[in-house]
Design a protein around this ligand. Sequence first.
Ligand code: A2P
Length: 278
Amino acid sequence: MIRDEFYVLSNGINIPKIAFGTWQVKPGDEAYNSVLTALKLGYKHIDTALAYQNEESVGKAIKDSKIDRKELFITTKLPADIKGYNETIEAFNTSLKNLGLEYLDSYLIHAPWPWSNVGLDCKAKNVETWKAMIDLYNKGLIKSIGVSNFREEDIKPLVEATGFYPQVDQIRFFLGNTQEATYEYCKKHNILIMAYSPLATGNLLKDKILNEVAEKYNVTPAKICLRYCIQRGTLPLPKSTHEERIKANLDIDFEIKKEDMDKLNTIRNPELDRPYRS
Ligand code: A2P
């Protein structure tokens, strides 16, 4: 079953195939309750970020779940506007403290540039940041390191400066918005893609082709979206604040046939087709 399955990262670390996403989940009761519910229902991997401002609630839910830390996989992210060696170490320590953890399973640079200045050339700063991440990784404080919203041209300078490839790239990935160039680059270099907004933040679910395929398999459109990510070898991070949906999103043990994957690949939605969150 998907809930018990793993991908293996390039450094040999096992990573659960599906994660519970917490972007846009409000700090406090909403984040605490939804993460605790997810953990109780069998999610082993929780994705958060310092910028989501819900790490403390996520950490409290992790603690209260009483699940053995070794069973869990926790991902968080360095805010996009914090770059530089010392700044990275400091933000990492803040996240660790917020989460109440002694180590992270994955730590990602949230974006190549600050969200307030998308496209700004931050190559040199990203390299400094990457060096700090590598040092934390070598100390065993992070089990895997990576990036988010990075494309080939953003990743290459990191590798050229350090020889160290990210183990993960978390990108906006869903039907009709699969960023094929980044996808191919990551496949080639054994970088696992974490698919954020796998349901296009809910905006894809009325798509005609998606609904035709969902009907054929007698499942909801959401399940087709998630299963599609898995069959492309990516790791979806569905988010929900409703228990029945949190549960349903984990129950995706069926196989979409190739002909239907091909059909899903014809989905085009110009309104949703963009590489970054908005
Ligand atoms: P809610 O939190 O009210 O359940 P994404 O994971 O792409 O960011 O999408 C999250 C959005 O999709 C949220 O608005 C969430 O709403 C909704 N959602 C999550 N799971 C499902 C589902 N199984 N069916 C329908 N909508 C869902």
